[in-house]
Design a protein. Structure first.
Length: 351
C-alpha cells in the first residue's frame, strides 16, 4: 500500500494519501496545498477515488472540492454536518474502498459533532482528526463540542483499537508525526493513564484557548466542501495550461509550447556549445542564457512576456524557473522533459 503524510505549515495540518492497486483516498486536504497534492497523485499514477475530511475544520479550508474538480473524486464528510456539496454523507460503520483496501468509518464526536475517525481495514492505522492528538486532544468549546462525549469517543472507540495501531492526527504543533494506541493510553496527559471523565472534562474546560483565527472563513467554506467563489483553483494560470510537479515546478507540455512559440520567450539555459548538439539541437528563436548566468541577466528578458525555460532534460530549466520567480517573473514554466522529450515527439528544431 502507498502511504504519504503531507504537512501544511500555515495551519499545522496533516494530509494523508493512501493508495492501493492504482486507486487512492486523500484525507484532510488543504485548499492552498492543492497543486502539491494533485501533483503527487499524478506522479504516483493513482486514480483518486475519494477525498475525506475528518470533520468541518475551523482552522483551514478543505481542498476537497478542488480534488473533485481535478480528478472526479467523491467528497466524504460526516452526515451530521448536513453539507449538500458532499457526495457521501458518512456515518458510523460506513466503508470507503480504494483498490483492494478500505477504510472503516467510526463516529468520534466531541471536538465537534461531525468528527469521524477513519480506520484502515486491518486496524494497523487510524486517522483521528482532532479527536485525539499526539499527547493531546482537540478543543471542545465550539461547533457543538462536548468534552464528555469526546472522552467516550477516545476511550470507547479509539482506545478499543489494537495497542500497536498507529494513530495519525489532523494536526500537530510540535513536529510529531505519529503515535500509537498504547502510547496515548499510557501517556496522554488529558485522557491517558488513570484519568476519568471528570479529570478530562476539568482539563478541557480550562484550556483558555484563543478563538480560532480562521473560523469565520473556514467553517462557511468547509460547509461548501471548499468550493470557492468564483470557481477558481489556487495557482490556475490564465496564460497557459500550466501544471505543477510535486517538487513545486510549473511545467508545460511540448505540444502546447510548439503551438504557441510566437506568444512566449523560449529561454534555453544550456551552455552555448550544447545548442549545436547533433542529436538535440535547439528550438528556433530561443534566447540562450546559461543557467549559471541567469540570475545576473534576468533583466534581458521582457518582464511582461511569458518565459518557458528549456534545457537538455528539463532539470536545469526547472531550477531556472525558481530563479526567474525569485526575480519577480510570474508567467514562468519549465518545458516538460526538455529537448529530449521535444525530439522524441519530433517537434521542429533548428537546421
Amino acid at each position: 500500500m502507498i502511504f504519504r503524510q503531507l504537512f501544511d505549515p500555515t495551519s499545522s495540518t496533516y494530509t494523508y494519501l493512501l493508495g492501493s492497486d492504482g486507486e487512492a483516498a486523500l484525507i484532510d486536504p488543504v485548499f492552498e496545498q492543492h497543486q502539491r497534492d494533485a501533483a503527487l497523485v499524478r506522479e504516483l499514477g493513482l486514480t483518486l477515488k475519494h477525498t475525506l475530511d475528518t470533520h468541518v475544520h475551523a482552522d483551514h479550508v478543505t481542498g476537497a472540492w478542488l480534488m473533485k474538480r481535478a480528478f472526479g473524486a467523491t467528497i466524504g464528510l460526516a452526515a451530521a454536518a448536513g453539507v449538500t456539496e458532499c457526495d457521501r454523507a458518512l456515518s458510523d460503520g460506513d466503508r470507503i474502498s480504494f483498490g483492494s483496501r478500505h477504510l472503516d468509518v467510526r463516529a468520534t464526536p466531541g471536538h465537534t459533532d461531525t468528527c469521524l475517525t477513519y480506520v484502515l481495514d486491518d486496524e494497523s492505522m487510524a486517522f483521528t482528526g482532532d479527536t485525539l492528538l499526539i499527547r493531546g486532544a482537540g478543543r471542545t468549546d465550539f461547533q457543538q463540542g462536548d468534552a464528555r462525549q469526546m472522552f467516550r469517543s477516545i476511550r470507547e472507540v479509539i482506545f478499543a483499537l489494537p495497542d500497536d495501531c498507529r494513530l495519525y492526527p489532523a494536526h500537530d504543533y510540535a513536529g510529531r508525526t505519529v503515535t500509537t494506541v498504547a502510547e496515548e493510553r499510557a501517556h496522554n496527559p488529558r485522557v491517558g493513564g488513570e484519568a476519568n471523565e471528570a479529570d478530562f472534562v476539568g482539563y478541557m474546560d480550562n484550556l483558555g484557548l484563543a478563538h480560532p483565527k480562521k473560523i469565520d472563513i473556514a467553517v462557511p467554506a468547509n460547509l461548501q466542501c471548499g468550493r470557492p467563489e468564483p470557481d477558481d483553483a489556487p495557482g490556475d494560470s490564465e496564460w497557459a495550461p500550466v501544471t505543477w510537479t510535486y517538487a513545486n515546478v510549473p511545467e508545460l507540455e511540448p505540444e502546447w509550447v510548439a503551438a504557441h512559440l510566437d506568444e512566449v520567450t523560449l529561454l534555453d539555459v544550456r551552455e552555448p556549445h550544447e545548442l549545436s548538439d547533433p542529436e538535440l539541437f535547439a528550438i528556433e528563436g530561443v534566447v540562450n542564457i546559461p543557467l549559471g548566468q541567469l540570475k545576473d541577466r534576468v533583466g534581458e528578458l521582457a518582464p511582461d512576456r511569458p518565459v518557458v525555460a528549456v534545457c537538455r532534460s528539463g532539470r536545469r530549466s526547472a531550477q531556472a524557473t525558481v530563479i526567474l520567480r525569485r526575480n519577480g517573473l510570474e508567467k514562468v514554466a519549465n518545458l516538460t522533459g526538455g529537448m529530449i522529450r521535444w525530439r522524441q515527439e519530433t517537434l521542429p528544431v533548428t537546421d
